[in-house]
Design a protein. Structure first.
Length: 56
């Protein structure tokens, strides 16, 4: 986990994590979501430079 914030509104916490791939994030999300008390929204992110390279 890189960062964690407590927030007001729809979500109680925002966590920024780093993982080797989206499959790893999916595995963690499913494990946490299976508890039934957690609502998870995953937003994969790219560095701006990497994003721009994909548009070339």
């Amino acid at each position: 986990m890189l960062h964690q914030w407590a927030t007001l509104g729809e979500f109680d916490f925002v966590n920024v994590v780093e993982a080797p791939d989206i499959a790893t994030v999916a595995k963690v999300s499913v494990g946490l979501g299976a508890r039934g008390s957690t609502k998870i929204e995953t937003l994969p992110a790219l560095e701006v430079e990497e994003f721009l390279r994909t548009l070339e």
